[in-house]
Write a protein that binds this ligand. Structure first.
Ligand SMILES: COc1ccc([C@@H]2N[C@@H](C)[C@@H](O)[C@H]2O)cc1
Length: 435
């Protein structure tokens, strides 16, 4: 292997209590909330199709113009306790909120910039209200932080000369100061979700990303940091030049999932983040412009992720006034209903079952109870659910709610399970006992 100064800081899955809790949580709420939530994808009467939090870029709005949105940010309908209550009812066990997106506006009163919540009509420490409410509700809090910063004068996309290098080193100090400030002001925070780390300037400075992970861990030894923060000595991201995962979990799955038969991903900790529309993270006024995922589509993405041993972060983009749009409220309600019935068995502590994937749905092993489950999304016309067990394993019992399902032994490893009498008209689960 190659000697690296800024490669993976350890090898293998962490087994400390905090990482085990992160893994067991499985289902998280992502919140994108910032100045971009005010225009909602529309500028000077033009609606932009792209992601609303990128409006400044798409509409080529000068910084001075965009930054003046700061004086309009006054979410008078924001109620952190209500947000946390909705999140809990939806089954979310953790939340990740944008403390600072690419625009550079900070949702907390930062000592290191005026471009923050303190200098808005809202004035109050919004992030503290948020952290306190979610913590009180028993939901773990994580912070999204964008390294890319369109506002900061020392940000550089590339390092072409000594002047760039000096400026970017000042930007690094600024970012590191803000991150340590976030840990110090909000000690409940469990970890950091870094974004905006694809530019050459960051890839040329593996040391910076290495130092940030170390600095955060010095304050909180079990802080959880995503792989997207990291670049190694040669600019390799997520995985170092020796193929070792950097950070504590792989965070490359953004708006897509691994293939159903991908066994490699099951060997590392990973988290997928997902939008409800095709591609909107911040609030966009017009969701009719793309497909909006149904509750069942989202449930299937969640279960597929857990079946491959991953966490799933579902995104919400609250409006500038602090309210959620109806589509998000409806999705929350549907997901919450399903989670209240099944999450304890097939989401929380859910993991890879190492059984041959089938078309009718997904397998989940519950690492707390040791039980194996099938989660059915697609009923076969044959009305029979196929199961193929590994050599040496035999099917013993199949439980569906309180009844035992019939099955017949088709060949050496194959079984066909008969559907229950009254098959539910929603994704349902059955328990598999093998010997
Ligand atoms: C250059 O393509 C992208 C795509 C998405 C992003 C950001 N990552 C997501 C988690 C959102 O924050 C989105 O703005 C940035 C650049």
């Amino acid at each position: 292997s190659i000697t690296l100064k800024y490669g993976a800081q350890y090898i293998g899955k962490r087994q400390d209590a905090e990482m085990k809790k992160f893994r067991a949580n499985r289902l998280g709420q992502f919140i994108h909330w910032g100045l971009y939530s005010i225009p909602g994808g529309e500028w000077n009467g033009t609606t932009y199709l792209g992601a609303a939090e990128w409006l400044a870029n798409f509409a080529k709005i000068p910084n001075a113009t965009w930054d003046s949105l700061q004086y309009q940010f006054n979410p008078n309908k924001f109620n952190a306790v209500q947000w946390a209550k909705m999140a809990k009812a939806s089954g979310f066990k953790y939340v990740t909120i944008t403390t600072k997106h690419h625009e550079g506006f900070c949702l907390w009163p930062s000592e290191f910039t005026e471009f923050d919540i303190e200098n808005t009509p809202y004035k109050k420490d919004l992030l503290k209200e948020f952290v306190d409410a979610y913590t009180e509700a028993g939901i773990d809090v994580y912070f999204y932080y964008s390294i890319l910063d369109w506002h900061h004068k020392d940000w550089r996309y590339d390092i072409k000369n000594q002047a760039d290098s000096l400026a970017f080193s000042k930007y690094f100090e600024f970012a590191k100061n803000q991150l340590l400030e976030l840990q110090q002001k909000y000690p409940e925070v469990k970890g950091f979700w870094f974004d905006g780390t694809w530019d050459a300037s960051w890839k040329k400075n593996g040391k910076y990303s290495y130092d940030i992970q170390k600095a955060l861990k010095e304050v909180n030894p079990n802080v959880i940091v995503n792989s997207r923060l990291r670049a190694d000595d040669f600019g390799s991201r997520h995985f170092d030049s020796n193929g070792n995962l950097m950070g504590d979990y792989q965070s490359g799955y953004e708006r897509y999932l691994p293939a159903k038969n991908d066994t490699l991903i099951t060997k590392i900790d990973w988290e997928a983040c997902m939008t409800i529309p095709v591609n909107q993270w911040g609030y966009h006024k017009d969701w009719s412009l793309s497909h909006v995922k149904s509750a069942n589509e989202i449930l299937e993405l969640i279960v597929k992720t857990v079946s491959l041993g991953g966490n799933f972060l579902l995104n919400y983009g609250p409006k500038g006034d602090g309210t959620f749009r109806n589509e998000e409220l409806e999705i929350s309600n549907s997901i919450g209903n399903w989670m209240s019935k099944y999450a304890d068995k097939v989401i929380y502590y859910g993991d890879y079952a190492n059984l041959k994937p089938q078309d009718w749905g997904y397998y989940v092993k519950n690492t707390n109870s040791g039980k194996f489950y099938g989660v059915v999304f697609n009923l076969p016309l044959s009305k029979l659910l196929k199961i193929e067990l590994p050599n040496g394993k035999k099917l013993k019992v199949v439980n569906f709610e309180t009844e035992k399902l019939e099955y017949h032994h088709h060949d050496k490893m194959g079984y066909f399970i008969s559907l229950p009498e009254n098959t539910p008209n929603e994704p349902f689960i059955f328990e598999i006992l093998m010997e």
